[in-house]
Design a protein around this ligand. Sequence first.
Ligand SMILES: NC(=O)c1ccc[n+]([C@@H]2O[C@H](COP(=O)([O-])OP(=O)(O)OC[C@H]3O[C@@H](n4cnc5c(N)ncnc54)[C@H](OP(=O)(O)O)[C@@H]3O)[C@@H](O)[C@H]2O)c1
Length: 326
Amino acid sequence: MIATRTAWQIPRYGRPEILTPVTLRMPQPGPTEVLIRIHASGVTRADGMMRKGEPLFARPFLGLRRPRNGLSGTGLSGEVIAVGNDVRRFEPGDMIFGEAGMRFGANASHICLDEEGVLMPKPDDLPHEDAAILCDGVLTSLHYLRTLGQVQSGDRVLILGGAGSLGSAAVQIAADMGAEVTATCSARNASFVASLGAAHVVDYANEEVMKSGAGYDVIFDTLGVVSFSAARPALAKAGRYLCPVLTVGRLPAILLSRVVGRKRALFAAVGLEKPQSLRDMLSEILTKIEQDHIIPVIDRVFPLSDLVEAHAYVEAGHKRGNVVVV
Ligand SMILES: NC(=O)c1ccc[n+]([C@@H]2O[C@H](COP(=O)([O-])OP(=O)(O)OC[C@H]3O[C@@H](n4cnc5c(N)ncnc54)[C@H](OP(=O)(O)O)[C@@H]3O)[C@@H](O)[C@H]2O)c1
Protein backbone atom coordinates (compact mmCIF):
# COMPACT_ATOMS: atom_id res chain seq x y z
CA MET A 1 0.00 0.00 0.00
CA ILE A 2 1.30 3.49 -0.85
CA ALA A 3 1.70 5.68 2.26
CA THR A 4 -0.28 8.94 2.10
CA ARG A 5 -0.73 12.14 4.06
CA THR A 6 -3.51 14.71 4.25
CA ALA A 7 -2.95 18.41 3.54
CA TRP A 8 -4.94 21.50 2.54
CA GLN A 9 -4.53 23.00 -0.89
CA ILE A 10 -5.15 26.59 -2.05
CA PRO A 11 -6.17 25.95 -5.67
CA ARG A 12 -6.60 29.69 -6.35
CA TYR A 13 -6.74 32.89 -4.31
CA GLY A 14 -10.06 33.42 -2.55
CA ARG A 15 -12.32 33.09 0.48
CA PRO A 16 -11.81 30.42 3.19
CA GLU A 17 -14.12 28.01 1.27
CA ILE A 18 -11.49 27.84 -1.46
CA LEU A 19 -9.35 25.65 0.82
CA THR A 20 -9.49 22.03 -0.37
CA PRO A 21 -8.47 18.90 1.56
CA VAL A 22 -6.16 16.65 -0.45
CA THR A 23 -4.52 13.26 -0.01
CA LEU A 24 -0.92 13.25 -1.19
CA ARG A 25 1.85 10.67 -1.37
CA MET A 26 3.91 10.60 1.84
CA PRO A 27 7.13 12.56 1.19
CA GLN A 28 10.49 10.90 1.79
CA PRO A 29 13.03 13.05 3.65
CA GLY A 30 15.97 14.25 1.53
CA PRO A 31 19.52 13.88 2.97
CA THR A 32 19.19 16.92 5.28
CA GLU A 33 15.43 16.70 5.90
CA VAL A 34 13.22 15.39 8.68
CA LEU A 35 9.74 13.91 8.18
CA ILE A 36 7.42 15.31 10.85
CA ARG A 37 4.06 13.93 11.98
CA ILE A 38 2.25 17.18 12.77
CA HIS A 39 0.30 17.37 16.03
CA ALA A 40 -0.73 21.04 15.83
CA SER A 41 -0.38 23.90 13.34
CA GLY A 42 -1.27 27.58 13.45
CA VAL A 43 -3.93 29.46 11.50
CA THR A 44 -2.82 33.08 11.31
CA ARG A 45 -3.93 36.33 9.78
CA ALA A 46 -0.83 36.09 7.56
CA ASP A 47 -2.01 32.63 6.38
CA GLY A 48 -5.32 34.26 5.42
CA MET A 49 -3.48 36.93 3.42
CA MET A 50 -1.56 34.18 1.62
CA ARG A 51 -4.88 32.46 0.83
CA LYS A 52 -6.27 35.72 -0.57
CA GLY A 53 -3.09 36.66 -2.43
CA GLU A 54 -2.67 39.91 -0.51
CA PRO A 55 -1.07 42.35 -0.79
CA LEU A 56 -1.51 42.34 -4.58
CA PHE A 57 1.97 43.75 -5.18
CA ALA A 58 3.43 40.58 -3.60
CA ARG A 59 1.81 38.25 -6.17
CA PRO A 60 4.78 38.12 -8.56
CA PHE A 61 6.68 36.71 -5.58
CA LEU A 62 3.84 34.57 -4.08
CA GLY A 63 2.43 33.28 -7.38
CA LEU A 64 0.28 35.18 -9.90
CA ARG A 65 -2.98 33.16 -9.81
CA ARG A 66 -2.41 30.93 -6.80
CA PRO A 67 0.28 30.52 -4.17
CA ARG A 68 3.37 29.02 -5.81
CA ASN A 69 3.54 26.09 -3.40
CA GLY A 70 -0.26 25.74 -3.22
CA LEU A 71 -0.47 24.36 0.32
CA SER A 72 -1.70 26.09 3.48
CA GLY A 73 0.00 26.69 6.83
CA THR A 74 3.36 27.74 8.26
CA GLY A 75 3.73 27.27 12.05
CA LEU A 76 3.72 23.70 13.37
CA SER A 77 4.64 21.32 16.15
CA GLY A 78 4.98 17.54 15.98
CA GLU A 79 7.13 14.44 16.10
CA VAL A 80 10.08 13.47 13.91
CA ILE A 81 9.29 10.05 12.41
CA ALA A 82 12.12 9.70 9.86
CA VAL A 83 15.35 11.53 9.04
CA GLY A 84 17.64 11.84 5.99
CA ASN A 85 21.12 10.31 6.02
CA ASP A 86 22.94 13.57 6.78
CA VAL A 87 20.63 14.87 9.53
CA ARG A 88 22.53 15.68 12.73
CA ARG A 89 20.22 17.84 14.85
CA PHE A 90 17.25 15.48 15.21
CA GLU A 91 16.34 11.80 15.36
CA PRO A 92 13.08 9.84 15.13
CA GLY A 93 10.97 10.27 18.25
CA ASP A 94 12.08 13.89 18.86
CA MET A 95 9.28 16.37 19.47
CA ILE A 96 10.00 19.56 17.54
CA PHE A 97 8.34 22.81 16.52
CA GLY A 98 8.97 25.65 14.12
CA GLU A 99 7.80 26.86 10.76
CA ALA A 100 7.64 25.68 7.18
CA GLY A 101 8.39 29.21 5.93
CA MET A 102 8.03 29.73 2.18
CA ARG A 103 7.57 26.00 1.73
CA PHE A 104 4.13 26.16 3.44
CA GLY A 105 2.01 23.02 3.96
CA ALA A 106 1.96 22.98 7.79
CA ASN A 107 -1.84 22.47 7.97
CA ALA A 108 -1.32 18.80 7.21
CA SER A 109 -0.77 15.40 8.80
CA HIS A 110 2.92 15.24 7.76
CA ILE A 111 5.61 17.44 6.25
CA CYS A 112 9.30 17.19 5.27
CA LEU A 113 11.49 20.14 6.28
CA ASP A 114 15.21 20.85 6.24
CA GLU A 115 16.81 20.40 9.64
CA GLU A 116 18.66 23.71 9.20
CA GLY A 117 15.40 25.65 8.83
CA VAL A 118 13.45 27.20 11.70
CA LEU A 119 13.03 23.98 13.70
CA MET A 120 13.64 23.56 17.43
CA PRO A 121 13.39 20.78 20.01
CA LYS A 122 10.08 21.15 21.88
CA PRO A 123 10.26 21.11 25.68
CA ASP A 124 8.24 18.20 27.14
CA ASP A 125 6.00 20.43 29.22
CA LEU A 126 5.12 22.80 26.36
CA PRO A 127 1.89 21.64 24.65
CA HIS A 128 2.04 21.20 20.85
CA GLU A 129 -0.75 23.81 20.52
CA ASP A 130 1.40 26.44 22.29
CA ALA A 131 4.57 25.51 20.41
CA ALA A 132 2.84 25.67 17.01
CA ILE A 133 2.10 29.40 17.31
CA LEU A 134 5.41 30.70 18.67
CA CYS A 135 6.81 31.60 15.24
CA ASP A 136 3.90 33.97 14.55
CA GLY A 137 3.07 36.61 17.16
CA VAL A 138 5.74 35.85 19.76
CA LEU A 139 8.77 35.65 17.44
CA THR A 140 7.58 38.56 15.30
CA SER A 141 6.93 40.80 18.30
CA LEU A 142 10.27 40.00 19.91
CA HIS A 143 12.08 40.88 16.68
CA TYR A 144 10.09 44.08 16.22
CA LEU A 145 10.39 45.35 19.78
CA ARG A 146 14.03 44.46 20.31
CA THR A 147 15.75 44.63 16.94
CA LEU A 148 13.70 47.38 15.26
CA GLY A 149 12.28 49.21 18.27
CA GLN A 150 15.33 48.80 20.52
CA VAL A 151 13.02 48.99 23.52
CA GLN A 152 14.81 49.76 26.78
CA SER A 153 13.65 49.52 30.36
CA GLY A 154 11.62 52.60 31.24
CA ASP A 155 10.57 53.31 27.62
CA ARG A 156 6.99 54.27 26.93
CA VAL A 157 5.58 51.77 24.44
CA LEU A 158 2.18 51.88 22.73
CA ILE A 159 0.85 48.62 21.27
CA LEU A 160 -2.02 49.05 18.81
CA GLY A 161 -4.09 45.82 18.72
CA GLY A 162 -3.08 44.41 22.13
CA ALA A 163 -5.45 41.41 21.99
CA GLY A 164 -4.32 39.81 18.71
CA SER A 165 -1.56 37.30 18.02
CA LEU A 166 1.22 39.89 17.71
CA GLY A 167 -0.38 42.25 20.22
CA SER A 168 -0.89 39.75 23.06
CA ALA A 169 2.77 38.70 22.71
CA ALA A 170 4.02 42.27 22.30
CA VAL A 171 2.34 43.49 25.50
CA GLN A 172 4.00 40.68 27.49
CA ILE A 173 7.41 41.12 25.86
CA ALA A 174 7.47 44.91 26.22
CA ALA A 175 6.37 44.68 29.86
CA ASP A 176 9.06 42.04 30.45
CA MET A 177 11.64 44.44 28.95
CA GLY A 178 10.65 46.93 31.64
CA ALA A 179 8.68 49.27 29.38
CA GLU A 180 5.60 51.17 30.48
CA VAL A 181 3.02 49.64 28.16
CA THR A 182 -0.14 51.23 26.82
CA ALA A 183 -2.27 48.98 24.61
CA THR A 184 -5.45 49.37 22.59
CA CYS A 185 -8.26 46.81 22.29
CA SER A 186 -12.05 46.68 22.46
CA ALA A 187 -13.81 46.98 25.82
CA ARG A 188 -14.41 43.21 25.97
CA ASN A 189 -10.65 42.57 25.95
CA ALA A 190 -9.61 45.30 28.41
CA SER A 191 -9.06 43.12 31.49
CA PHE A 192 -7.37 40.41 29.38
CA VAL A 193 -4.87 42.90 27.94
CA ALA A 194 -4.23 44.42 31.38
CA SER A 195 -3.54 40.91 32.72
CA LEU A 196 -0.80 40.54 30.07
CA GLY A 197 1.08 43.49 31.56
CA ALA A 198 -0.37 46.65 30.01
CA ALA A 199 -0.23 49.50 32.53
CA HIS A 200 -2.81 51.46 30.51
CA VAL A 201 -5.55 49.99 28.30
CA VAL A 202 -7.37 52.15 25.77
CA ASP A 203 -10.68 51.20 24.12
CA TYR A 204 -9.97 51.98 20.46
CA ALA A 205 -13.66 52.42 19.68
CA ASN A 206 -14.28 55.14 22.26
CA GLU A 207 -10.99 56.85 23.15
CA GLU A 208 -8.34 58.72 21.18
CA VAL A 209 -4.92 57.23 21.86
CA MET A 210 -2.81 59.03 19.25
CA LYS A 211 -2.53 62.26 21.21
CA SER A 212 -0.03 64.88 20.10
CA GLY A 213 2.81 65.15 22.60
CA ALA A 214 2.11 61.73 24.17
CA GLY A 215 5.85 61.02 23.83
CA TYR A 216 5.91 57.29 23.07
CA ASP A 217 9.40 55.94 22.46
CA VAL A 218 7.89 53.13 20.38
CA ILE A 219 4.50 52.69 18.73
CA PHE A 220 3.99 49.10 17.55
CA ASP A 221 1.00 49.15 15.19
CA THR A 222 0.51 45.38 14.98
CA LEU A 223 -2.47 45.65 12.59
CA GLY A 224 -1.58 48.70 10.51
CA VAL A 225 -4.53 50.69 11.86
CA VAL A 226 -2.82 54.12 11.62
CA SER A 227 -0.35 55.75 9.27
CA PHE A 228 3.13 57.00 10.22
CA SER A 229 1.95 60.57 9.73
CA ALA A 230 -0.91 59.97 12.21
CA ALA A 231 1.46 58.33 14.71
CA ARG A 232 4.27 60.90 14.35
CA PRO A 233 2.90 63.58 16.72
CA ALA A 234 2.48 60.97 19.50
CA LEU A 235 6.11 59.81 19.21
CA ALA A 236 8.98 61.06 21.36
CA LYS A 237 11.78 63.02 19.61
CA ALA A 238 13.61 59.96 18.26
CA GLY A 239 10.60 57.62 18.52
CA ARG A 240 10.10 54.55 16.32
CA TYR A 241 6.84 53.63 14.59
CA LEU A 242 6.87 49.87 13.86
CA CYS A 243 4.33 48.22 11.59
CA PRO A 244 4.54 44.61 10.33
CA VAL A 245 1.86 45.21 7.66
CA LEU A 246 3.49 46.43 4.45
CA THR A 247 1.31 48.34 2.00
CA VAL A 248 2.21 50.48 -1.01
CA GLY A 249 1.01 53.51 0.98
CA ARG A 250 3.45 52.84 3.84
CA LEU A 251 6.56 52.45 1.71
CA PRO A 252 7.35 56.16 1.14
CA ALA A 253 7.18 56.85 4.90
CA ILE A 254 9.56 53.96 5.63
CA LEU A 255 12.06 55.21 3.04
CA LEU A 256 11.68 58.93 3.77
CA SER A 257 11.94 58.63 7.54
CA ARG A 258 15.44 57.16 7.08
CA VAL A 259 16.71 60.47 5.81
CA VAL A 260 14.29 63.11 7.10
CA GLY A 261 13.96 63.90 10.82
CA ARG A 262 14.74 61.69 13.79
CA LYS A 263 11.48 59.73 14.02
CA ARG A 264 11.55 56.45 12.11
CA ALA A 265 8.96 54.20 10.42
CA LEU A 266 10.30 50.63 10.33
CA PHE A 267 9.28 47.33 8.74
CA ALA A 268 10.83 43.84 8.58
CA ALA A 269 9.62 40.53 7.13
CA VAL A 270 10.66 38.40 10.08
CA GLY A 271 10.26 35.09 8.23
CA LEU A 272 13.02 36.20 5.86
CA GLU A 273 15.60 36.60 8.64
CA LYS A 274 18.38 33.97 8.84
CA PRO A 275 17.09 30.68 10.37
CA GLN A 276 19.95 30.66 12.91
CA SER A 277 18.99 34.10 14.19
CA LEU A 278 15.31 33.05 14.45
CA ARG A 279 16.31 29.86 16.27
CA ASP A 280 18.36 31.92 18.74
CA MET A 281 15.33 34.10 19.43
CA LEU A 282 13.13 31.01 19.85
CA SER A 283 15.59 29.65 22.45
CA GLU A 284 15.22 32.87 24.34
CA ILE A 285 11.42 32.69 24.04
CA LEU A 286 11.44 29.15 25.46
CA THR A 287 13.40 30.42 28.47
CA LYS A 288 10.90 33.26 28.96
CA ILE A 289 8.01 30.77 28.78
CA GLU A 290 9.71 28.49 31.29
CA GLN A 291 10.09 31.48 33.64
CA ASP A 292 6.39 32.41 33.09
CA HIS A 293 7.45 35.79 31.64
CA ILE A 294 5.61 34.95 28.40
CA ILE A 295 2.44 32.86 28.20
CA PRO A 296 1.32 31.70 24.73
CA VAL A 297 -2.28 32.80 24.21
CA ILE A 298 -4.58 30.30 22.48
CA ASP A 299 -8.09 31.41 21.61
CA ARG A 300 -9.56 28.41 19.79
CA VAL A 301 -8.46 24.92 18.76
CA PHE A 302 -10.14 23.36 15.70
CA PRO A 303 -9.69 19.88 14.25
CA LEU A 304 -7.53 19.94 11.09
CA SER A 305 -10.64 18.83 9.17
CA ASP A 306 -12.27 22.20 10.08
CA LEU A 307 -9.57 24.38 8.52
CA VAL A 308 -12.17 26.34 6.52
CA GLU A 309 -14.02 27.27 9.74
CA ALA A 310 -10.71 28.15 11.42
CA HIS A 311 -9.79 30.50 8.54
CA ALA A 312 -13.26 32.09 8.65
CA TYR A 313 -12.90 32.68 12.40
CA VAL A 314 -9.48 34.32 11.97
CA GLU A 315 -10.81 36.37 9.02
CA ALA A 316 -13.53 37.87 11.24
CA GLY A 317 -10.68 39.88 12.82
CA HIS A 318 -11.48 39.43 16.52
CA LYS A 319 -9.50 36.43 17.64
CA ARG A 320 -7.81 36.73 21.00
CA GLY A 321 -4.22 35.61 20.58
CA ASN A 322 -3.92 32.56 18.37
CA VAL A 323 -5.90 29.86 16.56
CA VAL A 324 -4.63 26.31 16.12
CA VAL A 325 -5.71 23.19 14.21
CA VAL A 326 -4.90 19.73 15.59
N1 LIG B 1 6.07 41.48 8.93
C1 LIG B 1 6.05 40.27 9.47
O1 LIG B 1 7.07 39.59 9.54
C2 LIG B 1 4.76 39.70 10.00
C3 LIG B 1 4.78 38.49 10.71
C4 LIG B 1 3.57 38.00 11.23
C5 LIG B 1 2.38 38.72 11.02
N2 LIG B 1 2.41 39.86 10.30
C6 LIG B 1 1.18 40.65 10.10
O2 LIG B 1 0.79 41.21 11.33
C7 LIG B 1 -0.58 41.55 11.30
C8 LIG B 1 -1.21 41.28 12.63
O3 LIG B 1 -1.60 39.96 12.76
P1 LIG B 1 -2.24 39.34 14.07
O4 LIG B 1 -2.23 37.88 13.81
O5 LIG B 1 -1.62 39.86 15.30
O6 LIG B 1 -3.75 39.88 14.00
P2 LIG B 1 -5.01 39.22 14.69
O7 LIG B 1 -4.59 38.36 15.82
O8 LIG B 1 -5.88 38.61 13.65
O9 LIG B 1 -5.76 40.50 15.24
C9 LIG B 1 -7.00 40.30 15.86
C10 LIG B 1 -7.16 41.33 16.96
O10 LIG B 1 -7.22 42.63 16.39
C11 LIG B 1 -7.96 43.44 17.31
N3 LIG B 1 -8.44 44.63 16.61
C12 LIG B 1 -9.24 44.69 15.52
N4 LIG B 1 -9.39 45.99 15.12
C13 LIG B 1 -8.65 46.74 15.98
C14 LIG B 1 -8.36 48.15 16.09
N5 LIG B 1 -8.88 49.04 15.25
N6 LIG B 1 -7.54 48.56 17.07
C15 LIG B 1 -7.01 47.68 17.94
N7 LIG B 1 -7.25 46.34 17.90
C16 LIG B 1 -8.05 45.89 16.93
C17 LIG B 1 -9.06 42.53 17.77
O11 LIG B 1 -9.38 42.90 19.07
P3 LIG B 1 -10.88 43.24 19.47
O12 LIG B 1 -11.65 41.93 19.31
O13 LIG B 1 -10.71 43.69 20.86
O14 LIG B 1 -11.37 44.27 18.49
C18 LIG B 1 -8.40 41.13 17.76
O15 LIG B 1 -8.02 40.69 19.03
C19 LIG B 1 -1.16 40.77 10.11
O16 LIG B 1 -1.47 41.66 9.06
C20 LIG B 1 -0.03 39.84 9.69
O17 LIG B 1 -0.03 39.58 8.31
C21 LIG B 1 3.57 40.37 9.79
